[in-house]
Design a protein around this ligand. Structure first.
Ligand SMILES: Cc1cc2nc3c(=O)[nH]c(=O)nc-3n(C[C@H](O)[C@H](O)[C@H](O)COP(=O)(O)O)c2cc1C
Length: 337
């Protein structure tokens, strides 16, 4: 399949693996790129720019296909040395960066001077337009369903994607709630040139996380995520667990006076405990509503091949069938997932 996104990043399939803290290591990024998508190493999971340089080199050993790096600008107590992270990306020869969180405006000159294509993750049309204005090459439009930080507008992708299509001139991918062939075809129908998946890629053989995490995703339903940190205007969609229950109780007690210090035990240092040690009750970690569509743990290649083959079948058989007046019933839509 050829779209503006496959052209922009020089990839075979219009599927991106979003940056994921303590998940986006070289193993997953390389697996996604080898399967024809765009894999991303999560920059800040590497504690220093030197470690990121090593992770990029490790990924380069595992794939000769294009891969990228995610750079997240979220509120933190001490800002990471972003210019040095960008230098590591540039020196590692990486040509794609996914930015997220705050606007990447300050860093655009350095990224562009290095010939890097920038895709900025946005949860609103206005932020997407700002990204276009500051010279981003593409946008990842992240709906309210998404795992991680959906912003504060709460607009789901059925509305957000066509709204983005109406206003943007640069290409965009649909992010949030994407899991299978049906997601890809729906995203393309609404104007996107591909899709970005987070949660779905965690439940794959190559994702270098504890098996408890993958089993928890297979077990969970679409009812098992919850929004936290709303009072801090840093809303995050996470998987419910014991730590998250405590967090919600604290949020209820403190109301609008909640401070990040009140919930440090439930939000700080949680990722290594969950992803590396498999402690599923440790606290808040990002997970999308799409978890309700995850029922297995395939290899990345099996997942991507299944999506691309299924998308072709939906387009050629189900959709064209409607136009040709051939009733296909509902079977293909179910079977293709
Ligand atoms: C475990 C996990 C960790 C994540 N960490 C980050 C991160 O560090 N930076 C970032 O920009 N997005 C992060 N995300 C968001 C994903 O990149 C992606 O935008 C999101 O998962 C899309 O929604 P989906 O989960 O419904 O596919 C994370 C998501 C998950 C599930």
């Amino acid at each position: 399949m050829k779209t503006a996104i496959t052209e922009l990043f020089g990839i075979e399939h219009p599927i991106i693996q979003g940056g994921m803290h303590y998940v986006g290591f070289a193993e997953l990024a390389a697996a996604v790129s080898n399967a024809g998508g765009l894999g991303l190493i999560t920059g800040l999971t590497q504690k220093t720019p030197e470690l990121l340089a090593k992770e990029i080199a490790r990924c380069r050993d595992m794939t000769d296909k294009p891969f990228g790096v995610n750079l997240t600008f979220l509120p933190s107590f001490t800002a990471p040395p972003y210019p040095e992270y960008i230098a590591a990306i540039k020196e590692g020869g990486v040509k794609a960066v996914e930015t997220a969180g705050r606007s990447p405006e300050e860093y655009m000159p350095a990224l562009k001077a290095a010939g890097i294509k920038v895709i900025h993750k946005c949860t609103s049309v206005r932020h997407s337009l700002k990204a276009e204005k500051i010279g981003c090459d593409a946008v990842s439009v992240d709906g309210f369903e998404c795992g991680g930080h959906p912003g504060e507008d709460d607009i789901p992708n059925m509305i957000l994607l066509p709204r983005a299509a109406d206003e943007l001139r640069i290409p965009f991918v649909a992010s949030g709630g994407m899991a299978d062939a049906r997601s890809l075809v729906a995203a393309l129908s609404m104007g996107a040139a591909g899709m970005n998946m987070g949660t779905r890629f965690v439940a794959t053989k190559e994702a270098p996380v504890h098996d408890n995490v993958k089993q928890a995703l297979v077990k969970a339903t679409e009812l098992d995520t919850v929004l936290v940190m709303r009072a801090l205007r840093n809303t995050e969609r996470v998987l419910k667990n014991k730590g998250v229950k405590e967090l919600i109780e604290i949020e209820r007690e403190k109301g609008a006076s909640l401070k990040i210090e009140d919930i440090l035990d439930q939000v700080a240092g949680v990722y290594p405990k969950v992803m590396l040690e498999g402690d599923m009750d440790a606290g808040a970690w990002s997970c999308g509503m799409v978890v309700g569509l995850i029922n297995d743990i395939p290899t990345v290649k099996e997942l991507i091949d299944r999506i691309m083959e299924g998308a072709e079948r939906i387009i050629r058989q189900r959709l064209t069938g409607f136009l040709d007046g051939v009733s296909t019933g509902s079977a293909p839509a179910r079977a293709i997932a």
